[in-house]
Structures are given as C-alpha cells and as structure tokens.
Design a protein around this ligand. Sequence first.
Ligand code: DOR
Ligand code: ZN
Length: 462
Amino acid sequence: MLIKGATLLTFPQGLTGEADVKVKGGLIQKIGRGLRSESCQTVDASGCILAPGLVEMHAHLREPGMEYKEDIASGSRAAACGGYSAVFCMPNTEPPIDNSSVAEYVFDRGEDEGLCMVLPHGAVTQGRQGKALAPMGEMGTCRAGVKGFSDDGSPVADSEIMRRAMEYARTFDALIISHSEEPSLSAGGQMNEGFNSTFLGLRGIPPESERIGVFRDICLAEKTGARLHLAHLSTAGSVDLVRDAKRRGLPVTCEVATHHFTLDDSGLLGYDTNLKMNPPLRSKEDVAALLEALADGTIDVIATDHAPHAPHEKETEFDKAEFGCVGLETSLGLVLTRLVGEGVLSLADAIAKMTVAPARLMSMERWGYLPAIEEGLAANLVIFDPDAEWTVDAAALKSRSRNTPYDGWRLRGKVRHTIFRGNLVVEDGELALVGDAVAAQARPGGNGARKKKQDERLKTTG
Ligand code: DOR
Ligand code: ZN
C-alpha cells in the first residue's frame, strides 16, 4: 500500500511535513517524498494528517454477557471507524473480567475480529464486589497480559482493600485505574448536584464525591508507591488534587472523557437520558477547569468511556435510565473541533493524549506496539481530514448502541482511513473488510486462522 501526500504527525517530533508512506507486510516499509509504486494499492491522503492509530484506554465493550448492548465485533468496528488501533476494555462485563480465562477470551475475540487490538483491563476485586482481591498476578501473566486493574462502574469503597490492591499491583508494575467516588455521597444520585438538579427535582451527586475518592487514592498511591491512574475526572477539585500530586512527584496520572469537556449539566434541562453519565456532567466552571488542566498537562489522556446501552435502558424515566454514552466514533471529531479548533491544545498535543500517553501508561511496547510513524514499525495508522465538516448521525454509528448525546452536531475533522497491521480496515469512513477476512489476512496462522480452522472442523464433523 502506498499512502500519498499525507502530512505526517508522529512522536516525539510532532508535525513533520508532507510525505508518502509505503506499507508492506504489515510494516511501515519506507517514508519519503515522491515514492512510486505501480503494483500496489494507493491511498490518496492529500490534505489529510497521517498519525499513529488512536489508543483508547477506557471503553466498555460489554462482551461477555451484555452483547445486546455491544460485543467485541461491533465495538471493534466502532473503534476502527473512530480511528483507533487499540482499545482497552473495562471489566464490568457478565461475568466480570476478574480471572485469566475471561481476560484471554476477550483478548482472543479481539484478535479474531482483527480490526484493532482489544486489551482487557482486569477487575481489582473478585466479581467487582469490593470484598476480596482478584487474582491480578494471574491476569498479568496470562495471554492477555493484563496491566490495568479497575472496578470501574463502581469505586473500590473499602480503603484497606484498595491499599492492598496497590501493594499487590506495585509488585508487577501494574496500573490501578480508579473510578473515584464516595458512595455514601453519590447514593441514588442522578446528575451533578447544583442549581440544575434542584430545578429539575433530581437527586444530585456532589463534586466532593469524586474529589474525596481522588484524594483517598492519591494518599494510598503515595503510601504504597503504586502507579495510580484516575479515570474520567469531571471536577475542578479533582484536577487540582492531581496537579498537586504531580508537583510532588507522585506516580499519578489521569484522564478526561470527551463528554466531560464538551457538555455541562445545563444540557439536562430537557431530561435527555443520553446526557446521564457517571460521573455526571458538571458545571460550566468544572468544564473550564478541565480545559485548563488539559492545556497545562495535568490531564494526561483523553478517553471516551464508551458506554453503550440499549434503547429500552435509555428511553425510560430519567432515574431508571442507565449511566453512560457511546463515544468511540465521535471522539476525534470532538477533540479536533473543541480542543484544537478552539485553541485549547495544539494538534500534536491533542493527538499525543490519544496515542502515546495511553500507550505509555499501558506499557504497550510489551506488544511491540509503538504509536509512531517510523520505518520498520507496525503500520497502525489513522488518516484524518482536519478540515472536513460532518454531521453526527446516531443512526449511522457502527456501535450496536446509539446512545450518543451528539446526534446532529456539526464537527470539523473526520476520520478517512484506518490502517491496522498494514490492512486498510476503514476506507473513506466505511469499513473495508470485516471480521475474519481481515483477521485471516492480518495474521496468517493467528487467531483468525485458528477460528477458521475450528469452523471448518465443526463443518466436517457436523
Ligand atoms: O457512565 C458510566 N457508564 N459510568 C460508569 O462508571 C460505568 C459506565 C457503564 O458501564 O455503563
Ligand atoms: Zn467507564
């Protein structure tokens, strides 16, 4: 494959100007100007940015157990269309990813689809019940090589359990990912506590619920020396604590989800359940603090917290609706429009928070996965047009669920093509090859081929 005329964005260099990139055997073979090749597929990327494929460190892919919302096939398709080459998925599945069997199942399903890497985070506690530690070491050494641990969806409420989890994680350099929430303050809450919750008559979740959780986990990280990553931060108070922890040199990092810096709680005045998330959308002042924390580097990672839910779980009374929204297919457009377009971050800094930053935190070099554009590296790439304007259409999403708060939004910046392991998996915004066809091509002898063989064996043995 020959990618012609793209503007390269790589790390640590940033934007390095226009070049052609030749991809062969799954690898970036040559980078240069005026490259020519008669026999191969040509991808016209003029006017577009060529960047390393995006890395999502916080998504809910729902498999196993809740495939009616999403599964690894539909989640991989949504991710590829969003420009992602790797997706870390949260363990609040049914059963939860709290042992190596489930972790390997999820990892293998991702390899079978062959559209992006699917890498499971493991639960901190057995069954995500918060009572006893899950076998983190076993998950860490299994085929899925689990590196991040979280009971996301719920906090680890018991501080002693969290302390032991951090001590355990530290022994193998694992990352504890905290869903920071003080349950006695958030219990029964539906949205941010403030003027708007009072006006709507909905029970509020005070910002202090998150801030107290963040403070506790920073204290425990300081005590244990474990690496701590704070998920989906939504409040000014939380990012202040992280800023201070970083100043003191603690091993603390954090992320923001796209919805928390693009929306605030005033949008809930229409009771739209697609705006119901946990942590909730906060005040305009909190959004301003998140933007400042993105700009000054306090926030390391931009994630989506992609949380698909079925129509019957969202189209219901507000207090009965599930928390969360889908995000994999709108994140790049939102980041380019709201952060780069409005001058909050440079293009390179914004994309770094969606590529190198999460890859480094998750030690992805273990997989030979390096989000850079260099000869000899695996070709995991996204080509996007930073100037293309488009309208989000919930009905056209590749995710199995459509619970997006952005339906009808005009965005500037659109994924054109995604290349995974040298294969063009998304071409002109649409899936090029789906499922086993890609897997079989991408990894001869890999899991795609293994599954094919299994299917054939089943056919012949009936
Ligand atoms: O909004 C959310 N949705 N927050 C969470 O913590 C969990 C997630 C989900 O699993 O739906
Ligand atoms: Zn989550």
